[in-house]
Write a protein that binds this ligand. Sequence first.
Ligand SMILES: Cc1ncc(COP(=O)(O)O)c(C=O)c1O
Length: 371
Amino acid sequence: MADDHDGTRCVRAGLPEPAPGEPFLPGPVFAAPYHLDPWAGPAAAPNGYGRPDNPTRRLLEAAIGELEGGDCRVFATGQAAITGLLLTVLRPGDTVVLPSDGYFPVRAFATDTLTGIGVRVVFAPTAGPYPDLAGVRLVLVETPANPGLDVVDVPALVTRAHAAGALVAVDNTTATPLGQRPLDLGADLVVASGTKALTGHSDLLLGYVATRSADLLEAVTGWRTITGAVPGPFDAWLAHRSLATLDLRLARQTANAGALARLLAARPDVTGLRWPGLPDDPAYPVASVQMRRMPGVLSFDLGDADRVARFLDASRLVTAATSFGGLHTTADRRAQWGDDTAPGFVRLSCGVEDIVDLVADVTAALDTAGR
Ligand SMILES: Cc1ncc(COP(=O)(O)O)c(C=O)c1O
């Protein structure tokens, strides 16, 4: 139901109507080809071949589509979704605006591949200023941006972009559809990695595009069918199963992030703390209006790589790992992946551990790591 709250929407999203003797969430359908009607061929059945058609994937798409408020197509990874969207929408001679401070493989793809096919690429910082959008085909923003956690005022940007005839796509990876509904904010497209908080168990890769435009949906669907970057049925099923707890997981992750943000803000040995939920964070004025809940991710600087390693070594609950949004609290020194961040810059992703344990552990680990 449209006016159900988040927890209710998550447990029911994409499920078929209850039928006696059937499971709540049907199991994964493992199929490459399906039986065909010998006379009518593929037109007679919903499933003909596994690349375009899989019922497990369709249920997941229904679920994510319900949460985003649009139609959804899932991809094998977030990168497959983003690159697929860019190559679906952009043609030689077009101009695209991309975040200068977002997920860096998107910049690498733009510089290597998009410019190579004659697309003009303009980078803008998430928090702005944005260039004149006249003649721009697509503006892709990432808000909050990974890893710096700046945000952009989506409705204001959409107004400018639409006045200039540009489409707006929002990378909703960090926020998830419970944290922010870009299509309601006026964006034409949502694109995201479902690898992170959306599915949250650090056990699968997933991406998706969502839109309310039938034309864009058809183009994205056609692109996916031709290029074939689909998730397998087991991953699609696992993702759908995990979605049911999204509200619960995010609630704990956000609470943990708030507690750690307050702890880190009070420590003189931690600098550059960013969390859009802190009232004195530069992102707060926009985030607190535009977002429905704050992310479980925060970032800060411990000065140098050695101190980050000492902190991670000393911590029992903060695991060294990349990615974010999972059940376990993790931290990642982003410079080690080639991100354009300071050597001691850490992105910390709160898991669902108990707040008191996490606060005690991080306090002790920082104390042990010293300066
Ligand atoms: C904001 C953002 N978008 C997209 C991606 C790419 O997702 P995936 O790793 O599922 O390809 C990531 C991955 O970290 C991300 O952080």
